[in-house]
Ligand binder design. Structure first.
Ligand code: WT7
Length: 638
């Protein structure tokens, strides 16, 4: 499959994609295996919203990820797995083997009652079986909903409940650095409030003791062995379910400004076309390259650029179970040398935390296999960009700073590796098919360069969100009503004198903590589970490593003298209900919160105090009780 090879070609292709988007995307979709080609490329309006790509087409995405490659790449490694423990052998799974295992597990799902259209929750460690589970769902036309293994039982049960999942696929536990995290027991706790779940399929991985519930719980391995025993022949011939272009492929929950996470729905053909095109062009993948995306499959980056994008392109995708600092802070670089990684895609938080630990962890490694570096998930600051460029890329690897969102399905604004001239801190230029606009607060389009505003897109691309599961109104209100006729990202952005885009950060009530999007309301709900807390307000503050940290103002219902113990309990409560990623970094006990007369918390003031910008609080005269601001200022946590 061809890809863009020069800046000039990018410009021509961009122009074509904007002038004739339908022809452009149809050309990209031609290469795939279709059971029936589409009748119409695009149908859309941003009012309802209603967006349909490749209308009337019939296909199965796994035939494009797997079957299509068997003839010429059957023996090539599809998934290269590096375990948490460097002493455990790595695993290589060829396209042929992956195909076989996906077919087997698809049969297991069927035998356990799964049907087309069912929602299946996947809560697993970063092992190849996670990718197999995802693909097996897609093979039978079930909608997967992967929940990040770092979320706790309440977050898990909310997501299972919202999607009414009937099956959960999990493992006994997960290894993360020196820790062994029990996953199955978290599932058990979550299922106490999830009546829809009829089956739990459990992979044995850590050998942690688990309680298996009769009838409900079955072991992955035993279910696969049963297939062989029942003599089902030619399992690799498991027929893929024929799906419509617009049948949902998956739901992935993302945080919003209310406490309830949104189930972002992506469909089949458009998502497939978009992640394949963007993967090949942004990373400039060459046949034979080893590509490594460090994201967990529980996030959109893992869906699009660890599983689907690379497999659609017939690539070798490395999957890493561990963490960057185990057994020491040189692990990433060790894995790059060990597996001769050519393309490496990670998050600014990881780069900053490894930078802080010093170059001694980088020095022992050659890193000479690297050709392209990537960054994703939050703005990368110039210092981290330079450190990455010099010390990891040895000044010779282009860095692709890829801007996108769970809702966009794939990369929107990014350099093409080695083609687009880069500028530290800039996501640079829109990909073909992407039409960004900057609006001022009144919704007026800002024309020309050297402008800053709210980032929107004015035309659909194939990977765009179709709906939020079970609540189309919420999708409309969040993304399409804020500025009529535009998709609104929730991000601020600057277009500089060269027309290059630089994302300045969120303009809504979500914060990016270590690249993870967290809703302040969701964290507040978790804090409020503590029996002594009556109310809380969470804001972000700039953090050297995490990008943003979590600052919580809490009101306690009676005077507690043991303030440190109370703070520790709050941290524990958040960990228990939401997960360790949402732990507050700073907690301030207050007697009241700055509220307007209508009862709305003035977060602007709380953000300023959290940033120690005490002299610029703005107008506080409209507050119900202006005195509370003085108290909060005086007690601000450094
Ligand atoms: C938000 C989306 C991108 C997929 C993983 C995160 C921020 C993402 C960049 C970047 C500046 C970025 C934005 C965006 N973001 N990439 N390269 N530069 N900011 O997906 O969890 O849905 O988060 O991440 O604020 O809206 P997500």
């Amino acid at each position: 499959m061809q890809r863009i090879t020069s800046l000039e070609q990018y410009q021509t292709e961009y122009k074509h994609s904007v002038e004739n988007p339908e022809a452009f995307w149809a050309e990209q979709a031609e290469q795939f295996t279709w059971h029936k080609k589409w009748d119409k490329v695009l149908e859309w309006n941003f009012d309802e919203p209603n967006v349909k790509w490749f209308v009337g087409g019939k296909l199965n995405i796994t035939e494009n990820c797997l079957d299509r490659h068997l003839a010429d790449k059957g023996n090539q490694t599809a998934i290269l797995w590096e375990p948490n423990n460097p002493q455990t052998p790595a695993r290589k799974i060829s396209y042929k083997e992956l195909h076989q295992q996906v077919c087997e597990f698809a049969s297991v799902l069927k035998n356990n009652g799964a049907k087309k259209g069912d929602r299946i929750c996947i809560y697993m460690p970063m092992v190849p079986e996670l990718a197999i589970a995802v693909l097996a769902c897609a093979r039978i036309g079930a909608i997967h909903s992967v929940v990040f293994g770092g979320f706790s039982f309440k977050s898990l049960s909310d997501r299972i409940y919202d999607a009414e999942c009937n099956i959960v696929i999990t493992a006994d536990g997960a290894f993360r650095g020196a820790k062994d995290i029990p996953l199955k027991s978290v599932v058990d706790e979550a299922l106490q409030t999830s009546p829809s779940v009829k089956k739990v399929i459990v992979l044995k991985h850590t050998n942690t003791n688990v309680v298996m519930q009769n009838e409900r719980d079955v072991w992955w391995k035993e279910e696969v062995e049963k297939l062989n025993l029942t003599g089902i022949q030619n399992l690799s011939g498991f027929k893929a379910e024929i799906m419509d272009s617009e049948d949902p492929l998956f739901i992935l929950y993302t945080s919003g400004s209310t406490g309830k996470p949104k189930g972002v729905v992506h469909t089949t053909a458009g998502y497939m076309t978009y992640v394949d095109y963007t993967f090949r062009n942004v990373f400039q993948y060459n046949a034979g390259d080893v590509y490594w995306c460090t994201a967990d499959v529980g996030w959109i980056t893992g869906h699009s650029y660890l599983v689907y994008g690379p497999l659609l392109a017939g690539a070798t995708t490395l999957m890493f179970e561990g963490i960057p600092t185990y057994p020491d802070a040189g692990r990433f670089w060790n894995v790059i040398d060990k597996h001769q990684v050519n393309i490496f895609y990670t998050a600014p938080t990881a780069i900053r935390s490894l930078e802080a630990l010093g170059l001694d962890f980088v020095k022992p490694y050659k890193l000479d296999s690297l050709r392209v570096l990537g960054s994703v998930g939050e703005p990368i600051n110039v210092e981290a960009w330079n450190w990455y460029h010099v010390n990891i890329g040895k000044n010779k690897c282009p860095i692709v700073d890829t801007y996108w969102q769970t809702e966009t399905g794939g990369i929107m604004i990014s350099p093409l590796a080695g083609i687009t001239p880069t500028k530290p801190g800039f996501a640079t230029l829109p990909l073909p098919g992407v039409q960004p606009v900057l609006l001022n607060e009144a919704g007026k389009e800002l024309i020309g360069n050297s402008v800053e505003g709210r980032l929107c897109f004015k035309f659909p691309w194939p990977g765009i969100i179709r709906t939020t599961y079970g609540d189309h109104k919420r999708c409309k209100e969040t993304y399409f009503d804020v500025f009529k006729k535009y998709y609104f990202t929730g991000d601020g952005c600057r277009r500089d004198e060269d027309g290059y885009y630089r994302i300045t950060g969120r303009v809504d009530d979500v914060i990016k903590v270590s690249g993870h999007l967290l809703g302040t309301a969701e964290i507040e709900n978790a804090i409020n589970e503590h029996p002594d807390i009556v109310e809380s307000a969470v804001v972000g503050f700039p953090h050297d490593i995490k990008g943003w940290g979590i600052y919580a103002y809490v009101i306690c219902d009676h005077q507690r003298k043991d303030v440190d113990a109370l703070k520790a309990e709050i941290v524990q409560t958040v960990t228990k209900y939401m997960g360790p990623i949402a732990k507050p970094d700073k907690i301030q006990i207050v007697s009241g919160l700055p509220k307007t007369r209508s009862g709305k918390i003035m977060r602007r003031i709380l953000r300023k105090i959290a940033e120690h910008d005490l002299d610029n609080l703005g107008d506080t005269s409209t507050l119900l009780d202006p005195a509370v601001v003085e108290e909060i200022k005086a007690g601000a946590v450094k």
